[in-house]
Write a protein that binds this ligand. Structure first.
Ligand code: HEC
Ligand code: HEC
Length: 167
């Protein structure tokens, strides 16, 4: 009997310890959440103004229009657009981009032709005209602005990475 009691006591104190551990865990989690919220507060200052003040809009950046091709960060990257695209409509009736980049337009425009992947349907079949999947050019190709990046970018080109590893 006495033996049983002490076993129960041991179980009881074990349970209390467990609950205490859970309690400490919850406290630690709460502290983490609060500190994460504080960190989020400091990150949210891209806006640069107090919450009750309206910031003045930053000056609009210029669209890069150098006609100079940019390096692709990896071979499958859709190349960025080297010229301005303001007012270039892409809709059911017209595709301004194709008026220079289609197979037949390049002789006149001297623009690079859309590559053969743009003629492939989803089964890899090469069509005679640009596939609907590649019709909306600005889904993948974007012009660039001479704006300062909002956050730093530490992207490393694959070639640079291989060199750094000495392979
Ligand atoms: C008036 C003709 C013309 C129109 C319209 C035009 N482009 Fe171009 N595009 C060019 C020429 C020419 C080049 C070659 C470099 C240069 O002159 O900018 C070029 C370059 C590019 C490049 C870079 C290709 C590479 O290999 O680096 C992309 C991407 C591109 N254009 C996409 C577009 C998209 C998307 C549109 C429609 C929103 C468009 N272009 C409309 C003439 C045109
Ligand atoms: C679904 C994404 C996507 C769409 C939509 C798209 N492209 Fe591309 N484009 C790419 C990718 C990816 C590449 C690079 C690899 C390749 O050639 O497929 C590329 C390459 C190009 C190139 C360079 C070709 C070369 O041989 O150097 C031109 C020019 C181009 N696209 C123009 C266009 C035009 C104009 C349109 C609209 C009619 C368009 N693209 C629609 C993804 C896209």
């Amino acid at each position: 009997m006495r033996h049983q009691n002490s076993a129960r006591l041991a179980w009881f104190s074990g349970a209390v310890k467990n609950r205490f551990a859970v309690f400490v865990g919850v406290l630690a989690l709460a502290a983490l959440t609060i500190s994460a919220a504080a960190a989020a507060d400091t990150l949210a200052t891209l806006r640069g103004n107090a919450i009750n003040q309206e910031a003045s809009a930053p000056a609009m950046a210029k669209e890069i229009n150098t006609d100079l091709r940019t390096v692709r960060n990896y071979p499958e990257q859709p190349p960025t657009i080297t010229h301005q695209t303001r007012g270039y409509a892409i809709n059911l009736q017209a595709n301004k981009c194709l008026s220079c980049h289609s197979r037949r337009a390049v002789e006149r425009s001297q623009a690079p032709m859309v590559s053969v992947t743009h003629f492939m349907d989803r089964d890899g079949q090469v069509l005679s005209s640009v596939t609907p999947r590649r019709y909306f050019c600005d889904q993948c190709h974007v012009p660039q602005l001479d704006a300062k990046p909002l956050v730093a970018n530490d992207f490393i080109d694959a070639d640079a990475l291989i060199m750094a590893k000495g392979n």
